[in-house]
Ligand binder design. Sequence first.
Ligand code: HAM
Length: 419
Amino acid sequence: MIKVVRGMRDLFGAEIATWHRLEDIFRSLPARFGYQEFRTPIVESADLFRRGVGEETDIVGKEMYTFEDRGGDSLTLRPEMTAPIVRAAIEHTLLRHQPTTRLWYYGPLFRYERPQKGRYRQFHQFGAELLGSPHPEADAEIIMLAAETIREVGLQNITLQINTLGISEERSAYRAALVSYLEDHVHDLSEDSKRRLQHNPLRVLDSKDEGDRRIVVNAPVLFNYLEAASKQHFETVLAILSSAGISFTIEHRLVRGLDYYSHTVFEFVSNDLGAQNTVCGGGRYDPLFALLGGGDVPAVGFSFGVERLVLLMEELASKGSQGSEDLYICAINEEARLPAQLLALRLRRAGFVVHVDVQRRSMKAQMKEADKIGVRATLVLGEEELRDQTVTIKDMVGGQQTSVPLSQLESHLHQALKA
Ligand code: HAM
């Protein structure tokens, strides 16, 4: 048997309704903040991520699906969306037309990671990018949009962790101090962290290894190496968040796994998800446009992992489920089959969700199916109903039966379903 590729998932059944509810939020919420949707291809040139995300990151080093196409070009299934958005903004000179450009996106991404709950090889992100402002108000707006997303989805138990990485010159001075400290403890570091110490020492700070964590607790703190301007930027972001009633914890060891960040970085972390508990990650990435040949354009953004939102929503839903408004049309005899199918079409045109039998099943089997689907009401058509131009409505919640003239059916159903 050929099976779905490891780390990838088929989406179907009840879970689809959860995705639809999220997609409704993605389409309406960013629009209220003035963001427009942007769609890019799933495949990009491999160089985009090597240059944009950074050669030393896990994503580029070991997680990309990269292949040569028939023309010999090296292509990659996109592992993240920020570099493609910046590529597109440069290519279409978006900033020339709109010096502050607000974009959102939603779509599949690919990373060759070890699969586990909340971590897949094909996953989806919903994200937003605010291009063109160097000011803390932009960082705050992006964090507000992420926080509103969490509020609209209805999630609780989520913590915002926030930090600042300053600018590259400040990090160089800090890196030297950090490396010197870590070298004194090199024998006790995990193998991963020993490797990172060579290429990307700041990543040692957010190692999940217990031994590493004990060492890192006493490591020098980046914030103390920042100049006044960087500190001021961060403090203004925090002040705006506080005024907006958004609570946060400052997490000095939060560095994030991508190389393009400067100043603010943040993550929204759930207490209900197990190991893969970050539902949203983001930050300011002022260096990225220049890395991709787009000059000096400051920018900030975030991405949510949609599978993780779905997991959390399903937990919420299991605590209180919503009722269905579907209808089932049941044909009692052969003569009623065509009228039943035509009535289904009429009601679907009027906006109802209608199920009807196409297996020529008995009335009993149809009623059983209606029950299994969990419809709100079953509409019965038989000899009597056809003769009198009526339909018998069986309310599947209350159990009562009503005979309604066909001519008044839609208005009756609107009333009854609302009740
Ligand atoms: P990231 O932290 O790599 O950031 O990913 C953002 C979110 O995507 C994660 O917090 C997680 O919820 C989800 N995610 C990542 N990998 C997986 C996976 N293998 N399976 C399921 N979910 C996953 C970025 O991608 C940046 N582009 C965020 C950003 C936007 N920064 C600025 N603008």
